[in-house]
Design a binder for this molecule. Structure first.
Ligand SMILES: [Fe+2]
Length: 349
């Protein structure tokens, strides 16, 4: 990260130093500066396509944590134009912290459905991931499930999940509050906790591993991890984890499966605002949606761009149409419930 950051700031400083002579010579210094929680290899092909089309250069700082804090600390002097991250919960956090600004253009509103963008236009989803159930092919006979059913005592000792406090889970639990109310969600969370095989640990892929080794029968995980496991040449054991599980799309027969997004927001003090909006519109275009969804194995937000072949191979996603702004509304409460029921202490606690 530090190497990238150094390069970014070298270029950003260079751009600032050049600004005077650029303005007087009549050329626009076309740049966009991006702070990204998404790995560069996922977005570089998109950025290259954008530069090829518009001549606008892109600079990217990637970090797995701390970019919001950095934006806040830099305040008005921040070189950042755009923030790329995952999860409506994180995008709402950036908005609530005053790090973003609204942007509303016809192209963005047309391309990105209202359910996956902020009602105040501070953030937009680009691709969607389903939070699905991984089920043992060998031991789970049923091919349909609901989130509600995960609290049924018939699954006692059979379910694995990552920490209840991870943003992927608090966002899911927030949508349960929005859909079914807080009292229901608390009882449900208790039931789910009591069905855990062991204390929550690891990421979504480790839950697939534990199904593969027989420690549990069901897990909650994001869709794209299936592709990351299925195609993992570096850690081929993950192919075996994926081979042991099937994807069940919860609530396919009623409200639909909880989806979350990878998305973008315009930084509050974006110095290259016009170029940043051009990049936002490019990323929302069908051409970029297709590229991005192929690279990250997620679902395009645009309904007329098909998901990749590997994503289609898991079955059809029917997304819960609940507006994702609800995640921002209820995530804090969801996190409090996770603590209240002692979810992360594991079963029997
Ligand atoms: Fe992830």
């Amino acid at each position: 990260m530090s190497q990238l950051a150094v390069r970014f700031f070298a270029r950003a400083t260079f751009a600032a130093a050049m600004l005077g002579c650029v303005a007087s010579s009549g050329f626009a210094q076309g740049e966009v500066n991006i702070y990204s929680y998404r790995q560069p290899q996922l977005i570089n092909p998109l950025l290259e396509a954008f530069t090829k089309k518009t001549g606008i250069k892109t600079n990217i700082v990637y970090a797995s944590a701390g970019l919001n804090e950095r934006l806040a600390a830099e305040s008005k002097n921040s070189p950042a134009d755009l923030l790329f991250t995952v999860d409506a919960g994180r995008l709402s956090e950036a908005k609530d912290a005053g790090l973003t600004q609204p942007v509303k253009t016809d192209a963005l509103l047309k391309a990105i459905p209202p359910t996956v963008r902020d009602p105040d236009f501070h953030w937009y989803g680009l691709t969607m991931r389903g939070r699905v159930v991984y089920a043992s092919k060998e031991r789970v006979k049923q091919d349909a499930i609901t989130y509600e059913e995960l609290a049924d005592p018939k699954w006692k000792g059979k379910i694995c999940t990552r920490s209840g406090q991870h943003v992927y889970n608090t966002s899911l639990f927030a949508t349960m509050i929005a859909n079914k109310g807080e009292a229901f969600t608390e009882t449900w969370l208790k039931g789910l906790k009591n069905n855990l095989a062991h204390k929550p640990a690891g990421g979504d892929r480790e839950q697939a591993r534990d199904i593969s080794s027989g420690k549990c029968d069901l897990a909650i995980g994001n869709t794209y991890y299936m592709a990351l496991m299925q195609k993992n040449e570096k850690n081929p054991e993950q192919k075996e984890w994926a081979a042991a599980i099937k994807v069940l799309f919860p609530n396919a027969n009623d409200r639909g499966t909880h989806v979350n997004i990878s998305g973008m927001a315009l930084a509050k003090n974006a110095p290259n605002k016009t170029n940043a909006i051009k990049l936002m519109e490019f990323l929302a275009s069908d051409e970029a949606q297709k590229l991005y969804a192929e690279a990250n194995n997620e679902y395009p937000v645009s309904s007329h761009v098909p998901p990749s072949a590997i994503v289609r191979s898991w079955g059809k996603l029917k997304a819960d149409p609940l507006p994702l702004e609800n995640i921002g509304k209820y995530r804090k409460r969801a996190s409090e419930l996770v603590d209240k029921v002692g979810y992360d202490a594991g079963p029997g606690s």
